[in-house]
Design a protein around this ligand. Structure first.
Ligand code: IMP
Ligand code: MG
Length: 185
C-alpha cells in the first residue's frame, strides 16, 4: 500500500496484504477442520489482535462465540515489563468450552503463558493458541502455540493491528519503522 503518511515512516515491509490474506485463509481452514463438530469460543486479546481476529473469524466455518480480554504487559515501551495485568476479563463462562486464544504476536511468551494458565484454571474443555506472528528468538517462557501465521526475526514490527505507542495499528501490512519514527513515538 502506498499512502504517503506511512511511506515516510516505514523502513521496510515484512509481510504484504496478499501474504496475510492467504495465511489467514489457511489458518481458518485448518481451524475449521480441527474443530469439526465442536463450538468454539474465540478470545481476542485486545487491542493488538483486533484486526487479525476480525479477519480470522470470518474464515472459520463453525459455530463460534467471540469474546475479548484486555491485558497489559508492555506499557509505553518496546521492552516487556514481564508484568501481566487483566484490565478487562471475559464475559463468557468458558467452563467445558473449547477456547481459542487469538493473539497478535508471541514475543517473550510471558503474556500467553500467563493467560493460558489463567484460562485453563477455569476448567475449559481445551485452551489453544492462534498467533498471527511469532518472534521465537525472544522467548523467555515456553508456550504451546498450535496455530501460527508467520515467524519473524527479532525486530519490532507494526501494522495489521500491532502498534508502536498506540499508532500504526491501521497500517494494512506488517512493517518495520525507520529508527526516527521509533524515537518520536
Ligand atoms: P510477550 O508477553 O513478550 O510475548 O508480549 C506480547 C505482547 O507484546 C504482544 O501482544 C504485543 O502487544 C507486544 N509486542 C511484542 N512484540 C511486538 C512488536 O514487534 N510490535 C508490536 N507489539 C509487540
Ligand atoms: Mg498484545
Amino acid at each position: 500500500m502506498g499512502t504517503s503518511y506511512f511511506e515516510d515512516k516505514l523502513r521496510e515491509v515484512l509481510i504484504t496484504e496478499e501474504q496475510i490474506r492467504e495465511k489467514v485463509a489457511e489458518l481458518g481452514a485448518q481451524i475449521t477442520k480441527d474443530y469439526e463438530g465442536k463450538e468454539l469460543v474465540i478470545v481476542g486479546i485486545l487491542r493488538g489482535s483486533l484486526v487479525f481476529a476480525a479477519d480470522l473469524m470470518r474464515q472459520i466455518n463453525l459455530p463460534l462465540v467471540l469474546d475479548t480480554m484486555v491485558v497489559a504487559s508492555y506499557g509505553m515501551s518496546t521492552k516487556s515489563s514481564g508484568i501481566v495485568k487483566i484490565n478487562k476479563d471475559l464475559e463468557t463462562d468458558i467452563t467445558g468450552k473449547h477456547v481459542l486464544i487469538v493473539e497478535d504476536i508471541v514475543d517473550t511468551g510471558l503474556t500467553l503463558s500467563y493467560l493460558m494458565k489463567n484460562l485453563e484454571s477455569r476448567e475449559a474443555a481445551s485452551v489453544k493458541i492462534c498467533t498471527f506472528l511469532d518472534k521465537p528468538e525472544r522467548r523467555e517462557k515456553d508456550v504451546a502455540v498450535t496455530y501460527r501465521g508467520f515467524e519473524i526475526p527479532n525486530e519490532f514490527v507494526v501494522g495489521y493491528g500491532l502498534d508502536f505507542n498506540q499508532h500504526y495499528r491501521n497500517y494494512p501490512e506488517v512493517a518495520v519503522l525507520k529508527p526516527e519514527a521509533y524515537e518520536q513515538g
